[in-house]
Ligand binder design. Structure first.
Ligand code: ACO
Length: 428
């Protein structure tokens, strides 16, 4: 018997099975060998919400939640956030290696020269109410892109795939900025090819009457770093949506639109908004102990704390906390910051949080920065969707190229009625 295997006895039949263990996992399909009779379907595993099921082999992002480690393609997130740019990180996620100078030049050129969108997309945007949620608009606009690039349907051609990846990463900030300005009733600002990815995004958002918009370098860098921190996070809810929808071989615009839709949910991309609302409700530093008591009594949740994977300080939260000080030197200080700091100080010493390993996550401080930069809360998930596009596409590409992947199709355990006769309406 191999040391790298699991021996299972089926007590229904007394039969013994040996299941190979590879990279800390057994294959669910190996369970199908376990049958009570020849015509039995075979054993399945039941795992709602994928609590213990690996759906992919991935070489993109590594997380060790117990130790608070996050790496893209092996590079620690701390180093990337400090030294890389968003586009360089996107290249790394998609290609597996950091670019050389010429690869980077070509990549930046390509992205910069695909930022414009077809004028007809503005008409699509005009159909939305003035108060439409920016994320709702983004879902629709990304899927609308699909109709402008019918060649994207050919997922078999690597070059075609590459072009759609460039287009999506390039156009996402443009669509997001159009959504923002639509809400304000302002004319759309067109991309400026002389600015960086983050700088151009700030330009399309905030440009007013000035001939040339000059982003503040500290805010540009802060946004760039926030984009890097949000670029990928392995198999989360939205990435799983992109992989699953993409497995039907629909074009990447529709697959990414499904990721944006998943991110829209309050349990996923909406938590930083909830943090800001929570801090506003607490109102002042002296009311923090009272709030913590409510959390301990199960009457409230400390938003921005806790994570399914991190049972330690979320490494992204650590970086964002440091960045907050630099940002507030340029913007006005966010009056909610002292409340957040006091919450963190008390929570990290409090037995309720310590015993449950609840630490600040990425959303605890990011909302405060976004708010100080002038973003309304509805834009917070949009600011998450833009950078996550690189991660979604890297995961989509990996899925397409993985010979083990097929159309995603889970099994179910049927618990409904057995066969019964149709009853005419008058006799029910
Ligand atoms: N405040 C108070 N108690 C909490 C919190 C919190 N923020 N998070 C978890 N707990 C408690 C739970 O009540 C539970 O206590 P119990 O064992 O006494 O019942 C225990 O800690 C374990 O929590 P679970 O709910 O089992 O953890 P799970 O992994 O299912 O949930 C989640 C993780 C959803 C992130 C949760 O911690 C939470 O709701 N946090 C607040 C929302 C938030 O900040 N979300 C952003 C996550 S990061 C992201 O998506 C980008």
């Amino acid at each position: 018997m191999s040391a790298k295997s699991l021996t299972v006895t089926d007590n229904r039949t007394g039969k013994v099975y040996e299941l190979p263990i590879e990279q800390g996992a057994i294959r669910a399909m190996d369970l199908r060998r376990i049958k009570v009779s020849e015509d039995d379907f075979g054993l399945m595993s039941y795992d709602p919400a994928f609590m213990n099921t690996a759906s992919a082999r991935s070489a993109i992002t590594f997380i060790d939640g117990d130790r608070g480690i996050l790496r893209y393609r092996g590079y620690p997130i701390e180093q990337l956030a400090e030294r890389s740019t968003y586009l360089e990180t996107a290249y790394l996620l998609l290609h597996g290696e950091l670019p050389t100078v010429s690869q980077m030049d070509e990549w930046v050129y390509q992205i910069t020269h695909h930022t414009w969108v077809h004028e007809n997309l503005k008409k699509v945007m005009e159909g939305f109410h003035y108060d439409a949620h920016a994320m709702g608009m983004l879902v629709s606009m990304v899927s609308a892109l699909s109709t402008f690039y019918p060649e994207a349907k050919d997922g078999t051609d690597g070059e075609t795939r590459k072009l759609q990846i460039v287009r999506l990463i390039a156009k996402m900030p443009t669509l997001a900025a159009f959504a923002y300005r639509h809400n304000l009733g302002m004319p759309y600002a067109y991309p400026d090819n002389h600015l960086s990815y983050a700088g151009n995004f700030l330009n399309m958002l905030f440009k007013a009457t000035e001939v040339k918009y000059e982003p503040h370098p500290t805010l540009e860098r802060a946004l760039e770093a926030l984009f890097i921190l949000h670029a990928d996070h392995e198999q989360n809810c939205s990435t799983n949506a992109v992989r699953s929808v993409g497995s039907s071989r629909v074009d990447p615009y529709c697959a990414v639109a499904s990721g944006v839709a998943a991110l829209y949910g309050p349990l996923h991309g909406g938590a930083n908004e909830a943090v800001v609302r929570m801090l506003q409700a607490i109102g002042s530093k002296d009311r923090v102990p009272q709030f913590i008591k409510q959390v301990e009594q199960g009457k409230a949740k400390l938003m921005g704390f806790g994570h399914r994977v991190y049972k330690n300080y979320d490494p992204r939260a650590k970086i964002i906390k440091r960045m907050a000080d630099e940002t507030f030197e340029v913007t006005r200080p966010n009056p909610l910051l002292p409340i957040a700091l006091e919450l963190e100080r008390i929570a990290l010493e409090d037995d309720y949080f310590v015993s449950r390993k609840l630490y600040p996550n990425v959303d605890f401080y990011s909302g405060l920065i976004y708010q100080a930069m002038g973003f309304p809360v509805e834009m917070f998930p949009v600011l998450f969707a833009i950078p996550r596009t690189a991660g979604w596409l890297a995961q989509w590409q990996e899925m397409i190229e993985d010979p083990e992947q097929k159309i995603a199709r889970p099994r179910q355990i049927y618990v409904g009625a057995g066969e019964r006769e149709y009853v005419p309406m008058g006799m029910r």
